[in-house]
Each structure stands twice: as structure tokens, then as C-alpha cells.
Design a protein around this ligand. Structure first.
Ligand code: LLP
Length: 415
């Protein structure tokens, strides 16, 4: 584990986080472990040994350029959901042929960009199909496409992150499969390379992936019977992580791949699109306590970090573990950990048993690598925090703090 307690102080690899907090000029900030990123990626790579595969890191989870460059160096591909994600993936040096553009509302410019660079594109609907055809014509390229199928398997996760059930806004209507196949057949600029499904995020059971793989292999058989070569099965996003930090046994990438390996025929390559399980547990969001208060019924620890920098608890009512980075020996109480943003939805954690901290005490929200910075905002004109990376015993700033001048620049129009 990259984050561990030693003598009541929290460390990230070789560095004491309290020392970092005292050294850096900003609070709050995000802190990443390079070793943990490498370990998480390598776990997928090892799990996939012997299979033709692409690990398409889901950039939406965390798009820090330094992190992207590191994952690219490790051999990762990239899964994109916008033209800008494509551009940042190019800037990070990813191979466009190892990239896939997903989405239910891809725009013309995004599709043309993807077609020009030879990025694979997922077909999500009838209109999306027509837009991809147009993009291929404009770009004068042949486009490798996958069809996003909706396997209708319940991933047993929060309904906001469940995407593979019948009522989801993603994917084609399966009964229309032949409509898509006929049209792909008729268009020499489109080349069907695979089928895609994504059931949802935070999945913790391999049986769910297995159920989906069984169904998807049936679709592959059906498509092949129509004379298509199907090179890839894309099983979508990766595994959930142990946000509760209770030591719950969450399947490893090896468990996941081993659970479906026997279903895959030797002529099918696997694409997997992990985001959270690559980057989630590699970071902590480091705050300072502004003060402690009570309203008689409830006690609050008020921190300088808020829903503006980390919205997952407010948005999904999800749990991310919170603890101090230094010894805090005062009385233990039940606290809501809240930020300074002017609304009651602003909390990082509720009903946590924590010692009563002194002002300025350091406090972290764990597992803040995925969908945290990436979903941050300027609400209340809070500026986005800096990001630091621990590389062994070295601290590297991998994104500077945003400042008000950056923000004010947006009002300098040309008219
Ligand atoms: N592929 C597709 C098509 C996806 O929609 C997603 C995530 C992924 C891959 C990556 O899934 P992962 O390996 O990270 O589970 N903001 C939410 C998560 C939304 C995920 C959406 N799709 C959160 O903070 O929990």
C-alpha cells in the first residue's frame, strides 16, 4: 500500500504527508503515488498475459497529463469520451490505433478528428452511425468501428453509474443489430472490428462480467455468422475499489480476467477500459481543518476542501474514507466533515467517528484519484487545487494551482 500510517503520521511512499503539507504553498491539494499507478496498471497487464488485448485507460477518470504520459509509457491505450480527451491523449503520446472514442452524443468535429487520426469509434445509435459515416467521408478515411451493445445485465451499483441495462441511454437497441450490420456492410469506409459493452462502474463481482461476456460471445457468434470478422470483445470499464477501506476482498484484475478466460475463443482479442481501478486508490485529497463547530445536535469539522474539489460524496452519497495525517488525540465524536461552500450538499463525509482536531490539522479523503479532480468545479469561485506526485522520495508538482487570473482571462473576449 502506498498510503500507510507510521507513528501516527500518514505517509505516501517515502514521504510524510504532514511535511508535504507544510512545504507546499496551497491547501487543499491532491497527492498521488507513482508506484501505486504503476502497480495498478501492471496488475491488468499481468492478468491479460497470453491474451491479445488492449488496456484502454478511461481518461475521464483522471486526465492529468503527467499521469497520462506515465500510463502511456507503461503501454496503455486510451478510451475517450470527447474530442478534447483525444487531443490530450495525443499530447501524452498515446498511439491513436490503441484509442477508442465512446459516447452517445459524439459531435461531428469529434468524429472527424477521431476518423482523421485512425481512432476506433463505438457506434451507439442510428444517428450516431450516420454521423460516423459522414465523418469517415469528410476525413477520407476508413474507420474501425465497434457496436455498443446493451447486454441488459444489472451491475448492482448506484443507478447513476449503471449503464448496461435496457433503460440506459447508451448503446444500440439489440433488436436493431442487423440494421447496423447491413449498413456497415454497405459502406466501404467502415470496418467492423468489435463489439462493446459497459455495464457500469464500481462493479465488485466477477460473475457480472462473466454473465455479460457469455451474452457478448453469443452476439459475436451471430455477427460472425453474417460474414464479419470480429476482432475484439470490449467488456468496458474495470473493477470497483475498496472505498470503505475495511479490507473487503475485492476481485483483482487477475480474478476478473480468469473468470472470463474460458469463454473467450482464441480468435477474439479483449479490450478493457479501466479507470477507477487504475487511478482511484493512487491519490489522497489533502485538506486542513479550518475549525470545529456544533449546532447542538450535530458536530462539524470544517475543512478548506469542499464539494468544489471533490463532489463524489455530495453527488452520489458515496463513502470515501477520511482520516487525519497526524496525531490527534482529543475526544472522539461523530462528525460531519464539511467544506466552506455555501450549501448543505457540501460535505466530504457524514457521521464519521473522529478525534476532535485542532485548527490546521491535516486531514485526507482517501481514494481520490478517480472522478475527483476530473469532476471538480469553480463553484463559489474556488480555484482548482494543485496536484502533486510522490515518486519514491521525491515530490513533483504535476499540475499547478489554478488562480483567479486564470479565471479572469476567460472574460477577455475579442469583441
Ligand atoms: N468505459 C465506459 C464506456 C464508461 O462509461 C466508463 C465509466 C468506463 C469505461 C470506466 O469505468 P471504471 O473502470 O472507472 O469503472 N463519476 C462516477 C463514475 C462514472 C463512470 C462512468 N463511466 C463516479 O465518480 O463514481
Amino acid at each position: 500500500m502506498s498510503f500507510y500510517v507510521n507513528d501516527d503520521y500518514l505517509y505516501c511512499d517515502g514521504l510524510k504527508i504532514k511535511d508535504i503539507q507544510e512545504q507546499v504553498p496551497h491547501s487543499p491539494f491532491y497527492l498521488y503515488s507513482l508506484d501505486q499507478i504503476t502497480a495498478n496498471y501492471t496488475a491488468y497487464e499481468t492478468a491479460l498475459e497470453g491474451l491479445e488485448s488492449i488496456i484502454g485507460y478511461a481518461i475521464k477518470a483522471n486526465n492529468n497529463l503527467a499521469i497520462l504520459r506515465h500510463l502511456r509509457k507503461l503501454g496503455s491505450g486510451a478510451v475517450l469520451v470527447s474530442g478534447n480527451e483525444l487531443r490530450i491523449a495525443m499530447a501524452a503520446g498515446f498511439d491513436p490505433e490503441q484509442m477508442l472514442l465512446n459516447g452517445n452524443g459524439k459531435t461531428h468535429p469529434e468524429l472527424i478528428l477521431a476518423a482523421r487520426h485512425g481512432v476506433m469509434i463505438n457506434v451507439d445509435s442510428e444517428f450516431d452511425f450516420e454521423h460516423i459515416q459522414q465523418a469517415a467521408r469528410v476525413a477520407e478515411k476508413t474507420v474501425n468501428v465497434l457496436i455498443r451493445i446493451n447486454p441488459d445485465v444489472d451491475p448492482q451499483v448506484h443507478h447513476y453509474v449503471s449503464t448496461g441495462i435496457k433503460n440506459s441511454k447508451f448503446g444500440i437497441r439489440n433488436e436493431r443489430l442487423h440494421w447496423f450490420l447491413d449498413r456497415i456492410n454497405d459502406d466501404s469506409r467502415l470496418n467492423l472490428v468489435g463489439v462493446h459493452c459497459h455495464l457500469g462502474s464500481t462493479i465488485k463481482k466477477t460473475s457480472i462480467f462473466r454473465d455479460a461476456t457469455e451474452l457478448m460471445m453469443e452476439f459475436i457468434d451471430e455477427i460472425r455468422s453474417q460474414g464479419f470478422e470480429v476482432k475484439y470483445l470490449n467488456i468496458g470499464g474495470g473493477l470497483g475499489i475498496d472505498y470503505e477501506r475495511t479490507g473487503e476482498a475485492i476481485p483483482s484484475p487477475a480474478d476478473l480476467i480468469d473468470s472470463i478466460r474460458d469463454l473467450l475463443t482464441s480468435d477474439v482479442g479483449l479490450i478493457i477500459e479501466p479507470g477507477r481501478s487504475i487511478i482511484g486508490n493512487t491519490a489522497a485529497f489533502v485538506n486542513r481543518v479550518v475549525g470545529v463547530k456544533t449546532n447542538g445536535n450535530k458536530n462539524f469539522i470544517v475543512t478548506d476542501g469542499s464539494m468544489a474539489e471533490l463532489i463524489r460524496p455530495s453527488l452520489y452519497d458515496t463513502y470515501q474514507h477520511i482520516d487525519f495525517i497526524e496525531p490527534v488525540d482529543a475526544e472522539i465524536e461523530a462528525y460531519d466533515v464539511v467544506g466552506p461552500v455555501c450549501e448543505s450538499a457540501d460535505f466530504l463525509g457524514k457521521d464519521r467517528s473522529l478525534s476532535t482536531p485542532h485548527e490546521g490539522a491535516g486531514l485526507v479523503v482517501y481514494d481520490a484519484g478517480a472522478y475527483c479532480y476530473a469532476m471538480s468545479s469553480n463553484y463559489n469561485l474556488k480555484m482548482r487545487p494543485p496536484e502533486y506526485l510522490v515518486d519514491g522520495e521525491n515530490l513533483v508538482e504535476i499540475r499547478r494551482a489554478e488562480n483567479l487570473e486564470d479565471y479572469m482571462r476567460l472574460f477577455e473576449t475579442t469583441q
